[in-house]
Design a protein around this ligand. Structure first.
Ligand code: ASP
Length: 353
């Protein structure tokens, strides 16, 4: 055998051995804890009032028997807030931490514990800013850790089950709650109290998680993670983007106020297909003339907002949100405005992400 061939054979055998070793070892999962009801506590198990973000990640893990059989789990406390107080600062910290840890071949996946109130936009933000194919799974709960039938422990168990599943790789940031696996692009919170609060009404779920075993039905088709062009590695803060709600006789001067307060972008949570009353259309057109980007989204829970359907976006300079609801539109517009772009380029982003 020629020396070169022997050398190549040696390398191939070493690679096979290390692959076999990787398959043999227990997977390593890093849990980044941010707070929420999953870390919430109440004085009794049957009361509705509680404080979210009161329990540490170590205490949460102690309440999940058998989680150590799925993976070697290491917890890091990034913050401990109700997700009503989630900020882009905290989210950028989470994204950067994942991006740093993802380079370690010994880390197989990530779980982020988070409140449910703003879970959908945080998931979408991370979907666009983490740069790894490894599973990144967000999880929360609707009942605090002290409640009778708390849903957090099984949700956390299932989230780790997804984070160690090689089938979860490359599907972008996922959210696991109530035995369902959702894509960051598609899920939305639909009930203030029910454990089945998260739905992916337009596209359906990505799969089912059941006691650490998973069935995947589909892969999200939008750009995310490693294919995303958004890089927050050096970003200090995001530009201000406000959401203004439409409705009967809705006040248009909120749009002017937003511009005066320094918003670089405004998302309209419009009626129907991203529509708004005449006064709001005029105010939004004024905002565009001042260099503020206006995205038309909808207060309606499902469906698309298309260009030039009832309003002449080409003439008015508006952007249609496509499938993104107002809160996710705000995330995408904030990231898009990190560099100078034309409205047409931002419109293309709304089709791609
Ligand atoms: N307010 C809580 C939060 O989002 C609600 C929850 O987690 O379900 O942090």
């Amino acid at each position: 055998m020629r020396a070169m061939t022997r050398h190549a054979l040696g390398i191939a055998m070493l690679a096979m051995l290390s692959l076999a070793h990787a398959a043999d070892r227990k997977p390593n999962v890093v849990i980044l804890a941010t707070g929420g009801t999953i870390a919430g506590a109440a004085a009794t198990g049957t009361q509705s009032g509680y404080t979210s973000g009161a329990v540490t990640i170590d205490a949460m893990l102690a309440a999940v028997p058998g989680i150590d059989k799925l993976a070697t789990v290491k917890g890091e406390q990034i913050s401990n807030v109700g997700s009503q107080d989630m900020s882009f600062d905290i989210l950028m910290k989470v994204a950067r931490r994942i991006n740093a840890l993802a380079a370690d071949p010994k880390v197989d996946g990530f779980v982020i514990t988070h409140g449910t109130d703003t879970m959908e936009e945080s998931a979408f933000f991370l979907n666009l800013t983490v740069k790894t194919n490894k599973p990144v799974v967000m999880v929360g709960s609707m009942r605090p850790s002290t409640a009778v039938s708390a849903d957090g422990p099984l949700n956390l168990y299932n989230a780790v089950g997804v984070a160690v599943d090689p089938d979860a790789k490359g599907r972008g940031v996922l959210v696991v709650m109530n035995d369902r696996i959702h894509a960051a692009h598609s899920l939305t919170k639909t009930s203030t109290t029910a454990v089945e609060t998260f739905l992916s009404p337009v596209r359906g779920v990505v799969g089912i998680a059941s006691y650490g075993k998973n069935d995947f039905y589909q892969s999200p088709s939008w750009k995310h993670t490693t294919a995303s062009e958004f890089d927050i590695s050096k970003v200090k803060s995001l530009p201000r983007v406000d959401i203004v709600y439409g409705g009967v006789d809705a006040a248009a001067d909120l749009i002017d106020a937003s511009v005066e307060r320094g918003a670089k972008g405004i998302v309209i949570a419009g009626v129907g297909n991203g529509n708004m009353n005449k006064a709001m259309v005029d105010a939004a057109a004024r905002a565009v003339k001042k260099g503020v980007f206006v995205v038309r989204s909808s207060r309606v829970a499902t469906g698309f907002v298309g260009r030039n359907v009832e309003l002449d976006d080409d003439k008015l300079g508006f952007i249609a949100s496509d499938e993104l609801n107002p809160q996710k539109s705000r995330v995408l517009l904030s990231l898009a405005l990190l560099k100078p772009r034309k409205a047409a380029d931002i419109q293309a982003l709304f089709g791609a992400y």
